[in-house]
Write a protein that binds this ligand. Structure first.
Ligand code: ARG
Length: 565
């Protein structure tokens, strides 16, 4: 039963001048349930009917004939308010969730459409720091949302494994490095070398030239350069794998920047053909002044390519290889200009699919002591954050529930979940300051709170120990707390679609906090395991579908839903 459709049909008979789809679009959800479950605003009709919107709303409301789907239809000012029959509504929502279970909220909206989600993309030989957690966690949630909506998804980790900095690192390693130390503690050791390079450059600027030379050698396929680079890449990837493992994330492709090194010449030729390249002091640039942007530097005077060249090449490769419907990049807002520039260049090359490349930016993370700086060694490692969160959770669980059987596993699910949830709590574009205290605080609207609510629901169902089925008397769920919860549950499919459309997982995060709160109000005010068998069965079914919805929401955010906590 689709109430919105039913309302549209009723209204369509009365307002011939609006099409079915126009009416459907105008139907709103009132801010609170005292004003009904659906509302139809009449402002737009004033001109058409030559009457005031209030009068129109009143006339429409009073002309609606009796209909068993609606308890009542009445107007408040310029709105026609529809109050659905509670038990029909409850039955509708609950049966849908009960029959769909793990796939409740999914759809086939994306059938046959391939969407690439590029996210995480850390840099080789550099720390996987808390700045990367944003791309990693937001990107993973966006991937799960699209997957759930039936899109054919491809996840790509565009590793930063190429560029001048590798020339510098090779120089630093050759001068000051120690193989054993790198093997033992790869990223911190490589990071130290990188920092040392930048310190030494202050006294000896020729080091910069040496670094450039070694990158050029790498691009030209020099054995020694390639060998060292490959080794840096391998040891770094091993470290990254540990973090991905903890987060339960994997990628379909790890084609990083270096993957495109042999694909760039033909792209440069194509730019040449299109007359896009201008020479400037021996370098090649694309002039973007017509679009109010600084020029895109495509090739340096020594012939070496740049980050932007690799992005352009990667996009063209992806179109040819994957024929995407959308190519999504979850990358920090500091790179807004970079994305605007290269997407414009792709468009100027004559590729009309440039419009299908979407940059999904997110705000800056800074530390309480200032912005993060890899060169200055001012970084917080993501792995440390995850480990600390797990340790602290273990302590809390031991204190509260010492006889829990698999504490380690649950502490991992809750601790890491807390970090993910906090990351996804705010609009992605907002900047924020990382604080250990906030991340490890489990009170309030946090991941552990939602997970605990889920575990509480599981515990009630376990205790009841009866088979849950949907053959219940739905009029028993018409009290306020039950209805508020059911109304929340009903929104889930729309929430998923909105979050995917806006590339905004925080919509899901905030939604499941609402569901958890409604559930807890229901749980506190409506005893569930009661004498009255019929009432018990009805309330248990609602507990079951609420639990299912929370679980589906957590899964889409990349979190686990433990059954005991
Ligand atoms: N490796 C880059 C960084 O850590 C992010 C790469 C973003 N993706 C892209 N296609 N440019 O800042």
């Amino acid at each position: 039963m689709d109430f919105k459709k039913e309302i549209t049909n009723i209204l369509n008979e009365k307002i011939q001048d609006l099409s079915v789809s126009e009416i459907l679009e105008m139907i709103e959800t009132p801010p609170n349930s005292q004003m009904g479950d659906y509302a139809f605003p009449c402002f737009k009709l004033a001109k058409l009917f030559r009457k005031s919107p209030n009068v129109i709303a009143q006339e429409i409301a009073s002309s609606v004939e009796e209909n068993k789907l609606f308890e009542k239809v009445q107007n408040t000012a310029a709105y026609v308010n529809f109050f659905v029959d509670k038990s029909i509504f409850a039955k509708n929502v609950i049966e849908e969730i009960f029959s769909q279970k793990d796939s409740f909220g999914s759809s086939d909206l994306g059938k046959g459409k391939r969407v690439i989600i590029e996210f995480s993309s850390p840099n080789i030989a550099k720390p996987f720091h808390i700045g990367h957690i944003r791309s990693t966690v937001i990107g993973n949630a966006i991937y799960k949302l699209y997957e759930f909506l039936g899109y054919d998804t491809v996840t790509i980790n565009h590793l930063g494994d190429y560029g001048t900095q590798f020339g510098k690192l090779i120089v630093a390693f050759k001068k000051w490095g120690d193989e054993k130390e790198v093997e033992k503690n790869p990223i911190p050791t490589l990071l130290k070398l990188y920092i040392k390079f930048h310190e030494e450059v202050e006294n000896d600027p020729t080091l910069e030239d040496e670094g450039r030379l070694w990158f050029k050698k790498l691009e030209d396929g020099d054995e020694e350069a390639k060998g060292l680079w490959q080794w840096f890449r391998e040891v770094s990837l091993k470290e990254f794998a540990r973090v991905y493992d903890m987060l339960g994330i994997s990628f379909d492709s790890y084609a990083g920047e270096s993957f495109y090194s042999d694909k760039m010449p033909s792209v440069l030729n194509k730019m040449e053909e299109k007359n896009l390249l201008n020479e400037s002091k021996g370098a090649d640039i694309v002039d973007l002044s017509d679009y109010n942007m600084p020029p895109a530097l495509i090739r340096k005077s020594d012939g070496s390519t740049l980050y932007i060249t690799r992005d352009i090449t990667a996009a063209i490769y992806r179109k040819e290889h994957y024929d995407f419907y959308k190519n999504i990049y979850v990358v920090a807002s500091q790179q807004n200009l970079h994305f605007q520039q290269w997407i414009k260049v792709v468009e100027l090359m004559g590729y009309d699919w440039a419009k299908d490349c979407v940059h999904v930016p997110f705000g800056l993370v800074s530390l309480e002591e200032g912005t993060m700086s890899t060169r200055k060694g001012r970084v917080v490692f993501l792995e440390d954050v995850l480990r600390k969160a797990v340790e602290q959770t273990t302590d809390i669980i031991k204190e509260k529930n010492a006889n829990l059987s698999n504490i380690d596993e649950i502490a991992k699910e809750v601790g890491i979940g807390a970090v993910i949830f906090q990351e996804l709590s705010n609009n992605r574009i907002k900047d924020y300051t990382f604080s250990w205290e906030r991340t490890l605080n489990f009170d309030g609207e946090t991941g552990p709170y939602v997970q605990y609510t889920h575990a509480r629901a599981c515990s009630v169902l376990r205790k009841a120990g009866i088979e849950i089925d949907n053959g219940i008397d739905y009029t028993l769920l018409s009290n306020e707390e039950a209805m508020d919860l059911i109304r929340d549950l009903q929104k889930f499919p729309q929430i998923i679609q909105e979050a995917a459309r806006k590339y905004e997982p925080s919509i899901v995060t905030r939604y499941i906090v609402d569901v958890a709160q409604s559930f807890n109000r229901f749980y506190h005010n409506c005893p569930i395991i009661v004498e009255d068998e019929k009432l018990k069965k009805a309330r248990l079914l609602l507990v079951y579908v609420a639990k299912q919805t929370i679980k589906n929401g957590l899964r889409l955010l990349g979190m686990k839903a433990p059954e005991k906590m």
